[in-house]
Design a protein around this ligand. Structure first.
Ligand code: ZN
Length: 141
């Protein structure tokens, strides 16, 4: 999809839309999204999402939120995967697949499972590949 709008305009719109379409009782991440001004994207040990500038951030769902710019290669990879899966207008954030990429083993490089074709594979965020292993050496275990 071609889109000339900068991410710094698209993400704040998505945050507003998320807040307008949910409430603290209808969505467990509504309050944290409002208080941190972030777009929740996926949840693992922490919640991963995007801030208004389009940077990958992570935080806890309940206070203290411990908001931080996400630096792990894997955390950034799956977050951007989920983000572009659910928000096609963010396709400019799609990570470029490096030559040394590894096919995502759990989904056999499909980006999804046949049992839930509408959801991205949680191991690769729907991107169907993993960053080269040596890129992830600095990630916390
Ligand atoms: Zn996968």
């Amino acid at each position: 999809m071609s889109n000339d709008r900068p991410v710094s305009e698209i993400v704040p719109d998505l945050i507003r839309r998320f807040l307008a379409s949910s409430s603290p009782t209808s969505h467990p991440l509504h309050t944290v999204a409002r208080e941190l001004d972030v777009l929740p994207v996926c949840e693992y040990d922490r919640v991963y999402g995007l801030n208004g500038k389009g940077q990958v951030v992570s935080f806890k769902a309940v206070p203290p939120y411990d908001l931080r710019i996400e630096t792990s290669v894997f955390g950034r990879h799956v977050t951007l995967g989920y983000a572009v899966w659910h928000h096609p207008e963010l396709d400019g954030l799609r990570p470029a697949r490096p030559q040394a990429a590894q096919e995502c083993a759990p989904c056999f490089g499909k980006g999804r499972f046949a049992t839930s074709p509408n959801d991205p594979c949680p191991f690769c965020g729907g991107l169907a590949w993993w960053p080269p292993a040596d890129w992830m050496k600095g990630d916390a275990a």
